[in-house]
Design a protein around this ligand. Structure first.
Ligand code: ATP
Ligand code: MG
Length: 331
């Protein structure tokens, strides 16, 4: 990762990323920001990434998918949008494009979540699929999904459709615990919705239940069990664990010890769950974050020189470079 966003080297990287976009060498990117817990900074991270991408000239749409507590519009300095995701889900709006609203920042648009809290359980599978298709078709280079807390199927689905899935965590035991739970749920959900693993669905379903009778506590345990019961699928399962590359952002760090939590989470995820967690970096605790929320101004607009702004820029840069490499490998 780069060390300073203001260096000429870094400017050169952004310029080169731009020319590649102009040359259509990048596919549209969906980035989802989740984390098992509420109030950990998902909306700060989503809005800041979206703001930074737009600032660098990439057309970006930030979507609020936190239907139980939609407030991304506030963090982006907008009044509640008239038409939003809940209108699409309830059938009031046929085309999601109708819900796009401009922000006062160039290249940055957004789609609001819900005017009133909407129960995720009311969303049918069919509607969810329609929403996913329409999100994929939105006219932007980047689509940033701000997810709600918890591990509902709805949230897991949106995390899994993204090319980049970021888990936001506070350096606190409860948040860390929820993040591991979220990661496991995301992974099992991926397997559960994959028809190639149909024959081991009972084992996957067992794994999704804490303290299940098979004693499966982690993806590694599941792999051992599959190896034992259905060895021909074990290789494929192993590959699916390898392909699962969630990202981690630590928020509200106050010390080096806090920052190091990211590194220990990375090794715990590998050792106990077999998951490669990519620690993207950290955002420090900055007392003026709440002030910008109160002023209804994106934090990066208020404080473009802050350490949070620098770190967000570094994270975007890193993700773009990796997207380019992965795409090149897949071509
Ligand atoms: N790095 C930070 N420094 C200081 N305060 C922060 C920081 N990140 C977030 N906050 C504060 O924490 C609160 C929660 O942040 P945010 O709304 O981004 O979290 P969230 O995960 O989206 O919450 P929810 O689950 O309710 O949607 C906000 O009031 C914000 O001001
Ligand atoms: Mg939020």
């Amino acid at each position: 990762m780069e060390t300073n966003t203001n260096t000429s080297e870094n400017k050169g990287i952004w310029a080169s990323l731009h020319s590649q976009y102009r040359g259509h060498q990048f596919q549209k990117q969906i980035w989802a920001i989740g984390g098992g817990k509420g109030g950990v900074g998902k909306s700060l991270v989503s809005s800041s990434l979206a703001f930074d991408l737009a600032k660098h000239g990439f057309t970006t749409i930030a979507i609020d998918l936190d239907l139980g507590g939609a407030n991304l519009h506030t963090v982006l300095g907008q009044t509640p949008p008239k038409k939003c995701v809940s209108d699409f889900l309830s059938g009031n709006v046929v085309d999601l494009v109708e819900c796009i609203v401009d922000t006062q920042y160039p290249n940055l648009k957004m789609i609001g979540g819900a005017k009133d809290d909407l129960k995720i359980t009311q969303i049918t599978e069919e509607k969810k699929k329609m929403l996913i298709n329409q999100i994929r078709g939105l006219p932007a280079q980047f689509i940033i999904l701000d997810l709600g807390a918890g591990t509902s199927q709805y949230t897991l689905d949106f995390f899994n459709i993204a090319q980049v899935g970021i888990v936001t965590v506070l350096p606190e035991p409860t948040s860390i615990e929820n993040a591991y739970r979220f990661l496991k749920a995301v992974y099992y959900h991926r397997l559960h919705s994959n028809s190639r693993f149909e024959s081991i669905q009972p084992m996957i379903e067992a794994a999704m239940i804490p303290n299940n009778q098979l004693g499966i506590q982690s993806p590694s345990d599941l792999l051992n069990e599959v190896n034992f019961q259905n060895p021909e699928l074990a290789g494929e399962l192993k590959r699916s664990i390898k392909d699962f590359k969630p990202k981690l952002v630590l928020n509200q760090t106050r010390s080096q010890t806090d920052i190091d939590v990211g590194f220990s989470m990375k090794s715990v995820a590998k050792k106990y769950f077999g998951i490669d967690l990519d620690y993207l970096g950290y955002l420090e605790y900055e007392p003026n974050v709440w002030q910008s929320v109160r002023k209804m101004r994106p934090f990066l607009a208020e404080h473009p020189q802050s350490r949070i702004a620098t770190h967000v820029d570094r994270i975007c840069n890193y993700l773009l470079k990796h997207a380019r490499i992965e795409q090149t490998l897949n071509e």
